[in-house]
Design a protein. Structure first.
Length: 355
């Protein structure tokens, strides 16, 4: 079945919805307090100048999988509603960068770093880093609040909003629970594979793939069988997506990923890759994990050790197994076409990406 023009140019349409919404809210913010417009500009730049629009894409295809009609009157409200997922993502990334003390995101200074520098440039009072911290917390909070606002203002029918409220509520809680578990796991020094997978399923798989699919299907009134199948498929692909991200965090090209090579190691992230490396005898990890001064030579040493003990191959095998499992689940799910074919393609592209 051929794809509709909206299917083919989905990221562009999501971008337009976000641009319109953020422009409107900036005007509101400036009327309330002119200085606040600068913070809103930082959020808008963060949202509109980067990102792969993965979450809205899966939400759109969840809607199409349940029979959503791109020619119908709901298409425009759906595009606005799923665009709100990019604001959820912005909140997660801005706060995550702060908690991880990351300096670079998408090839640019992270929000807390950029606002600390703004403080220094103006010679304002107090510690610059504390100002950057405060600004990033508030900007992330704005993104989360405006995500709710954008969803509610999208123009969806009342019954669709009611159905959508369950995955929307659960997605946000799962994301925050996963983030807390990530922080707690690092504090406890738990480098087990089970802990890493639990974090990935809550923090990434649910709100990246499974819940967006659930949201889209809920808007269209999809059956319980469809929702269950899409969530199961999304859970497997979402976990595989994160495992690919973990590999890129250590082996990715900074020019492509937009983050310094080895940043996950400097931040002390307890990923499945790290857990398997430790289990299999990559002892260098005990010495370097969480060291902010880790240089390129040390990162290369870790890379070599992870390859030598088979941790990289093990993660690649896990990604392949999860993708195969997801495709099997999709094949038995009552998905309306062309969503089935497109979701299968997205499953592969999301897990074989280079950025």
């Amino acid at each position: 079945m051929p794809l509709h023009p909206l299917d083919l140019e989905l990221p562009k349409h999501v971008e337009h919805a976000l641009t319109d919404y953020l422009s409107e809210r900036r005007a509101d913010a400036e009327r309330m307090e002119p200085t606040f417009a600068g913070a809103v500009d930082a959020l808008s730049e963060f949202v509109l100048t980067g990102g792969k629009r993965i979450r809205p894409t899966f939400a759109w295809w969840g809607w199409r999988a349940a029979g959503g009609d791109p020619e119908g009157p709901l298409a425009a409200p759906v595009l606005t509603a799923i665009g709100s997922l990019e604001l959820i993502q912005a909140c997660a990334l801005v706060h995550d960068d702060l908690m991880d003390a990351s300096a670079v995101r998408r090839g640019r200074p992270t929000v807390h770093v950029a606002f600390a520098e703004r403080h220094r440039e103006h010679g304002w009072l107090g510690p610059a880093e504390r100002f950057g911290l405060a600004a990033s917390v508030l900007i992330g909070d704005v993104a989360l609040a405006w995500a709710d606002d954008m969803l509610l203002a999208a123009g969806l029918p009342t019954d669709a909003l009611r159905r959508l409220s369950v995955p929307w509520r659960d997605m946000r809680t799962e994301m925050l629970a996963g983030q807390y578990l990530d922080v707690l796991t690092q504090a406890r020094g738990d480098a087990s594979a089970d802990a890493a997978v639990r974090i990935d399923r809550l923090k990434t798989a649910a709100y990246t793939v499974a819940r967006p699919l659930h949201m889209g299907a809920a808007i269209a009134g999809g059956s319980p069988e469809l929702v269950d199948g899409l969530r199961a498929f999304g859970g497997e692909i979402g976990l595989a997506f994160q495992l690919r991200d973990d590999l890129l965090g250590v082996f990715g090209d900074p020019a492509v990923t937009g983050k310094p090579a080895g940043d996950d190691l400097r931040e002390g992230k307890r990923t499945l890759l790290v857990a398997l490396g430790m289990e299999r005898g990559a002892d260098v990890l005990h010495d370097v994990l969480g060291r902010p001064d880790l240089d390129d030579a040390a990162v290369d040493e870790v890379r070599a050790a992870l390859r030598e003990v088979g941790a990289v191959d093990a993660v690649e095998e896990r990604i392949s197994a999860l993708t195969a499992s997801a495709l099997d689940l999709l094949s038995t799910t009552p998905v309306a076409e062309p969503a089935g074919e497109r979701l299968a393609e997205l499953a592969v592209s999301a897990t074989k990406r280079t950025r």
